[in-house]
Write a protein that binds this ligand. Structure first.
Ligand code: ADP
Ligand code: MG
Length: 789
């Protein structure tokens, strides 16, 4: 709370100097951008000029948008400026809050200041509206949603803007694409200075498991999918088992015996069976973990993944590492080709690149600890402008699902009767479809929100505040647009939010509740719960099931367990505990993803840095690489005694240097009385001589330079793509051996590191071979084609 004290003092100061800016003409106010910038140039810090900068934006917000930021919004802006997560309730005006810290940070003139939204629609909406203020103050604004992907200049302009409104996935993909190209000045995302992530919990927590992936050319198709699927389908229940959290599955001793028989192999962990075992692991997961309707759907002979949070179909998105193909095999649809990953990054790693990160959302406090430990982000709760009037009613607990649904429909009818708007929220797409049917049976017209576009969703949400309007949605649909109720609806008690089950976390429950009672309006929220809810069934101890059975017998099904009953308090607790248990598993799983990704990230950063260095085309650096290359390749060869024989050396020379090199010369330099050192020297000299010859084929030195650049870059990229592929498979393997003792992450880290060193050697050898064995073909126009070995 020390922070809050500090921020309040800063806010006070802002109010003190505000009148000065209120008196200014438009021209004078616009001129402040230059004045503040020159103060920074004279050595003032951003913190020094913060009060003035904020005051300028506040006044500009008022003049341009007609919105005067409230005191609490200014506090929120300060919290963002200093790199916190500001918890600001839905409808309190987060869009406007962001203008103050964004403007102030952009004054430094370093590019790379972002407002990251959850979807294109919001980037466009907020970038357009708030962009007016920035432009008025002589800053440039880019909007990531509306540029032409093909138009490079436009893309460059976007990232050169002082302030950029875009989505997390666009930023991520552009970053990855930057690092696939071969020219430095074709890179656009240069700076990661400051970012505000809107709806940060949705991006960093709910969306944490999906990484961004750019895939490229198809891989050679494996024929293990079908046979693995057959085998796995032949297993009985006792042949495999699940981890406690049901997120992993592996074969039992019995399963292993069957595996040995089925494939007629003994040593199932032998090198030669790694690929087969990998496919069996995939088939096991595809058949016994992935569920049709929950994880994916099958349409027109295609497997479409579902966003597990909001249930939206994700056409074009594929699971990596062969999982998609394993599911296709399971579902007996045509197996698509596996592609190589050219680049991948998780959102966590992407955002960790920012010098200063901040975020805003209506719901963060419940997950404060995770934000702190994983992202080092503190959560600051900002009070609402007007006290909240919303009533959060007690959970309505029923024994059976059937009764729960019937009773909740009664509540919907009651609210409609009172001329109130109703928002019904379900935990999954299948539940929302079911509810939609029940509503139809009850002749209740409603809008169904799932699997549509964000723009359409926002339209529906916009309409959701009229009296008697009923909106049925999954938990994440339409985030970022608030439901504005009409004054008539307000008179009748405001929005009624009905949750048809408790969601996967308290945070998401709160997000849902927060839809009602915005800006001090009236409203209610209530959750309907049954002891048959998935959350309870899967995450509760035995006695809950027994209680349910007992109650089901004892009381007639139609009676609600009265709030007054003793058991209810115990049961209430059960719901919280089930949610907690589920939540812990989620946190653990996010931690795991992050731990794996951190290891990958270290390697990616080094590879990208090396690439960039090559792109700088520094002759000195090229020379350094080439000489390192010769050194490494030769040393690696003679490490093995076997190789320091005439046969070993000549094999190497013929295969990697020159196929027609005179054997006699080799015999001369490699015989018994030569020391290892002498042979080393011979090979080095020979390499250097031949490299020189190879480079002398170019008459033009820029061409020679280009040749070096191309072969080095190609070697790095080829090795890195293999490495990504390997790491992906390795991750699947270590997480699914499933034996309790070992630590998958440690094993992954160790293997990954070893493989990184091997990769470096591979790169050196690749460069070396390209240098010596590439054929050159001069075209008529003087250009040169390189034919790689
Ligand atoms: P949030 O993102 O916090 O849910 P929005 O940024 O979407 O909220 O804003 C909700 C509504 O409040 C918008 O219609 C906006 O114009 C309005 N609003 C925000 N700040 C102010 C203000 N200071 N004065 C008046 N209206 C405001
Ligand atoms: Mg918003």
């Amino acid at each position: 709370m020390l922070k809050m004290y500090k921020y309040r003092r800063i806010a006070k100061k802002i109010y003190r100097i505000l009148p000065k800016y209120e008196k200014m003409t438009d021209e004078a106010l616009k001129e402040q951008t230059n004045i503040l910038r020159s103060k920074l140039l004279q050595g003032k810090t951003l913190a020094d000029i913060l009060p003035d900068a904020f005051a300028v934006v506040i006044e500009a917000d008022k003049r341009v948008l007609g919105l005067m930021p409230y005191y609490v919004q200014i506090l929120g802006g300060i919290a963002l400026f200093f790199g916190n997560i500001a918890e600001i309730k839905t409808g309190e005006g987060k869009t406007l809050v962001a203008t103050m810290p964004l403007y102030t940070r952009a004054l430094l003139g370093e590019k790379g200041n972002f407002l990251i939204t959850a979807n294109d629609y919001l980037a466009e909406r907020d970038g357009q509206s708030m962009g007016e203020v920035f432009k008025w103050l002589n800053l440039t604004v880019g909007i990531g949603s509306n540029y032409d992907e093909q138009d490079f200049e436009e893309k460059r302009r976007l990232y050169n803007a002082d302030i950029i409104y875009t989505t997390h996935s666009r930023l991520g993909f552009d970053y990855l694409f930057d690092n696939l190209g071969s020219e430095l000045d074709k890179q656009v995302v240069k700076k990661f200075n400051f970012a505000i992530i809107d709806e940060i919990d949705a991006v960093l927590l709910d969306g944490a498991q999906t990484a961004l992936v750019i895939s490229g050319s198809p891989k050679v198709q494996s024929n293990y999918y079908q046979i693995s699927d057959w085998f796995v389908k032949s297993l009985r229940q006792k042949d495999y088992e699940y981890s406690d959290d049901k997120r992993r599955v592996w074969v039992t001793e019995g399963g292993v015996t069957k595996l040995r028989q089925y494939f007629d192999i003994q040593d199932i962990y032998g090198e030669q069976y790694v690929d087969l075992i990998r496919h069996i692991v995939l088939a096991l997961q595809a058949n016994y973990l992935k569920q049709r309707g929950k994880d994916y759907v099958v349409e027109d002979g295609k497997v479409l993944l579902l966003d597990t949070v909001n249930g939206r179909k994700m056409p074009g998105v594929k699971m990596q590492g062969g999982m998609h193909q394993a599911i296709e095999t399971k579902e007996r649809v045509e197996v698509t080709s596996e592609t190589k990953t050219l680049g991948t990054i998780s959102y966590q790693s992407l955002f960790k690149q920012f010098s200063r990160l901040s975020g805003m959302t209506g719901t963060a406090k419940t997950d404060k600890e995770e934000f702190m430990t994983t992202y080092h982000l503190d959560v600051i709760q900002i009070p609402t402008n007007i006290p909240t009037q919303r009533h959060d009613l007690k959970d309505q607990i029923y024994v059976s699902n059937q009764t729960k649904i019937e009773e909740s429909i009664k509540s919907v009818k009651k609210a409609i009767g009172e001329l109130r708007p109703v928002l019904i929220e379900t935990g999954s797409v299948s539940m929302s479809n079911l509810y939609s049917l029940v509503l139809l049976q009850n002749r209740i017209p409603h809008n169904l929100l799932n699997a549509t576009t964000a723009a359409r969703e926002n339209q529906i949400i916009n309409d959701a505040g009229r009296p008697m309007s009923v909106t049925l949605a999954t938990s994440m649909a339409g985030r970022g647009t608030d439901i504005k109720i009409t004054s008539e609806a307000e008179q009748h008690g405001g929005l009624m939010v009905i949750g048809t089950e408790r969601m996967t976390s308290k945070r998401i429950d709160n997000q849902l509740r927060g839809r009602a009672g915005r800006q001090g309006e009236p409203g209610d929220s209530v959750f309907f719960v049954s002891l048959e809810d998935k959350m309870i069934v899967e995450n509760s101890p035995q006695w809950v099931r027994r209680t349910r059975q007992r109650l089901a017998k004892k009381i007639s099904e139609n009676i609600r367990i009265k709030t007054a009953q003793v058991t209810t308090r115990r049961l209430n607790n059960v719901m919280d505990r089930a949610q907690k248990k589920f939540g812990n598993a989620e946190i653990q799983s996010r931690k795991n993803t992050l731990a794996f990704d951190t290891i990958l990230s270290v390697q990616r950063t080094r590879i990208y840095a090396a690439r960039n260095k090559v792109l700088e085309e520094d002759e000195h650096y090229f020379e350094q690489i080439l000489s390192q290359c010769v050194d490494k390749v030769v040393s690696n060869l003679i490490v093995d005694k076997k190789n320091i024989t005439v046969e070993g050396v000549s094999n190497f020379v013929f295969n990697n240097m020159q196929s027609a090199y005179p054997l006699n010369d080799i015999k001369l330099h490699v015989n018994q009385d030569k020391s290892k050192k002498q042979i080393h020297q011979f090979l080095k000299n020979l390499s250097n001589k031949l490299i020189k010859q190879s480079l002398n084929r170019f008459t033009d030195i820029t061409q020679a330079k280009y040749f070096k650049k191309v072969i080095i870059l190609r070697a790095i990229d080829r090795a890195w793509i293999d490495q990504l592929d390997y790491l992906q498979q390795l991750k699947n393997m270590v997480t699914d051996r499933g034996m309790a003792q070992h630590k998958p992450i440690n094993e992954f880290g160790r293997e990954a590191r070893n493989r990184f060193f091997e990769m470096k050697n591979k790169i050196f050898l690749d460069i070396y071979r390209s240098l010596l064995l590439s054929e050159l073909k001069t075209n008529q126009d003087g250009s040169i084609d390189i034919e790689f070995p």
